[in-house]
Design a binder for this molecule. Structure first.
Ligand SMILES: [Zn+2]
Length: 351
């Protein structure tokens, strides 16, 4: 099974779904807890025909891995399984099956030429899915589509998908996966059965990370990832973990007016945008908390920011501004301009 140790009870709960499938399933949960892997396993299980019709018991271990459906699924060639994702996910290849399946709906040759990959799931991709869903299942008894991250659908894509949810073709299941369900239109959410996957307890997360990161990185990585172990590993893989100290020094320099905000924004733009925004949110929250309560964040040990003239009100304003960019980050946003805007806003928190 591809699922993680902390997902056992989620699995037992969701595996029962196979007996009474709803045509729209919305899987959510914090980022970096293994939603991708879990959803793939679930989709394979929905297609597997080894135990169909029988009640799922506690002993159930998931897809059989042996039947024709399972073999085709794992080879990345199952004709009744469809994946819609964005260029960034597909290019990153965090799950090779995801790349294999999503390439049916993406122009991979065009993608290779780009330096910045799109985060949008387009209406053309959804239209392609609607077309394929209009025919009967080829091998399995069911057609399954996975849309990940579902909040990356632009408004046209979401509207097109809504039609599919309103009039689902027979024997079809749509599995939408997102860390930000509130970013999906309410009309889509209301037509899906929602299931939230658990965030692992700290012990399980640390145990898993111990197999993947150097010991000295584990604690800080998990803290920065808000407890999501896979996100913690990714923070290290993308280099963010190694660079976040430099970000802190830069921000301290901006407050002290020793660092040019536009130059600094240019340096930040080399980092992964969404990771940076998530960290920036955290940083601003900790700074506001320090100003109000005097509780020192961990980084105060090494970085000094003079908080005497910091306006907490403006910090809250900055927090909202970051939220705004995090919301639109899934669409098309000029990252350099966004970062300049945020760094300049950060400089203005000192009055
Ligand atoms: Zn099987």
């Amino acid at each position: 099974m591809m699922i993680f140790s902390w997902q056992q009870s989620d699995w037992h709960r969701l595996a029962r779904y196979r007996n009474k499938p709803h045509h729209g399933l919305l899987i959510n949960g914090q980022s970096g807890i293994g939603k991708r892997e879990f959803s793939f396993e679930l989709c394979q299980y929905l297609l597997c025909n080894a135990v169909s019709g029988e009640d799922v018991s506690e002993e159930d271990n998931g897809p059989c891995g042996q039947c024709q459906n399972c073999r085709l699924f794992n080879a990345g060639t199952h004709p009744d399984f469809h994946v819609l994702t964005n260029e960034l996910e597909s290019a990153e290849g965090r799950l090779s099956l995801l790349t294999d399946y999503s390439n049916r709906y993406l122009d991979s040759a065009a993608r290779e030429k780009k330096t910045k990959h799109s985060r949008v799931i387009s209406v053309d991709q959804v239209r392609g899915l609607i077309e394929r869903f209009s025919t009967h299942a080829h091998i399995s008894t069911t057609k399954v589509a996975l849309i990940f991250p579902a909040d990356c659908m632009n408004i046209n894509a979401a509207n097109a998908l809504l039609k599919l949810l309103e009039e689902p073709p027979p024997d079809s299941i749509l599995v939408l996966v997102t860390a930000n369900p509130s970013h999906l239109p309410a009309t889509i959410r209301s037509r899906c059965m929602t299931q939230t996957l658990a965030t692992p307890d700290k012990e399980s997360a640390l145990a898993w990370l111990a197999q993947h990161l150097p010991e000295q990185q584990i604690d800080i990585a998990l803290t920065l990832a808000n407890g999501g172990p896979l996100e913690a590993r990714r923070l290290s893989d993308t280099g963010f973990l190694q660079h976040h100290q430099a970000c802190l020094i830069g921000f301290a320099g901006v407050v002290a007016k020793q660092v040019n905000p536009v130059d600094f924004a240019g340096q930040l733009n080399k980092l992964e945008f969404e990771q940076l925004l998530a960290w920036f949110h955290r940083f601003v929250t900790e700074l506001a908390k320090f100003c109000v309560t005097g509780i020192k964040p961990y980084w105060m040990e090494s970085i000094r920011i003079d908080t005497q003239n910091v306006s907490v009100e403006r910090l809250y304003g900055l927090y909202d501004r970051i939220s705004y960019y995090r919301r639109i980050a899934r669409g098309t946003v000029n990252e350099q301009l966004a970062l300049e805007d945020l760094v300049l806003a950060f400089q203005r928190v000192v009055v």
